[in-house]
Write a protein that binds this ligand. Sequence first.
Ligand SMILES: [Zn+2]
Ligand SMILES: [Zn+2]
Length: 379
Amino acid sequence: MRHDMDLYEPSFEAIRSGAKTIEMRLNDEKRQKIRVDDLVFFHSRANEYDVLRCKVKSLRKYADFYELYPYYDKKVIGYSENEKADPADMYAYYRKEDIERYGALAIEVELLDDIYLCDGHMHLEYGPLNKEYALQFIEEGIRKGLDEVDILDHTHRFKEFKECYDHLRIYEKQDEWLNKPTKFCSSLAEYYDLIKEIRQLDLPIRVKFGLEVCYTSNTEELLKEILKDVKLDFLTGAIHSIDSILYDMSFSRELLWDIRDPDEIYKRYYEEVLALVRSGLFDRLAHPDQIKLLNIYPAYDLSETYEKIAEALKQKDMYGENNSGIRYRYGHHDLGTGEELLKAFGRHGVGIICASDAHKPEDVGTLIYENTLRNKEVI
Ligand SMILES: [Zn+2]
Ligand SMILES: [Zn+2]
């Protein structure tokens, strides 16, 4: 069995360094399920996608933390050389009456690695919104050895967001696209029902549910109004259009790329990305440099823009994606988000989430391992 736990930075780093091998917890109902040889994934509270994967070596129960402390060297339970180990410190985490009720648990762990494989972006868009179809994505994730899969359909699947796309209908091709049967065909209530069903299953990997929200600065107020009632694990904001023109469709060349100067397109794209981040509506930024999909580049240097985006993401405590869709869906030479932008994320301490942007079950997990290693190089 697998258990996910959050850890504050000092304890997290002490486990990473090998100094701390005992995690102390309240022995409540949740912890009573832990067994020797189970896996414990420690998520950093500063970045939940910075994860230490550990194996449980032993478990010892005590009446309380006063009984537990004398059995261990202070460094092994997470104190540094110059700190005093005081069992009263545990009152910062647990109430006295809970400790008296449940007792304390010492979990001895062995660090396996810090490679947490998360595919943070996949769509049920081309199939029904039901358990069987969702399980095809989840099972593919399990087969590929992932630790987490995150499902996030586009807002253009849901009736509730229909009005947010009206501005795109000024072009006939976009109007046709929005009239396809896969658009606005489901309701959020149906999505919530599916989520409830999946949550009842005992799955060996973590599964989260969110939305990929098509953001534009001119629909921000409308989105704010709709999103205030949305209850999901996360919201990913994405820029798919510039001045009401989609940039990533088969018809985008004639509507956009053949008409406008790349400098202007890039400038407008990144202005919208910045507005998205600054709107404060989202937890994650989707495919941050997807505008490069056709291998058309501006004449000006983007490094200043990248700095600004990284800075804004950090300020809003948002994650940026490293999305491999750019490689296998659009045939770009990058494996995901470009090196320079990833490095800017790293410099500013922005959390990075890997994402496949799978639209079919078999694409789940594509290049996730490779991009996870790329992320490690910049943090
Ligand atoms: Zn997208
Ligand atoms: Zn997507």
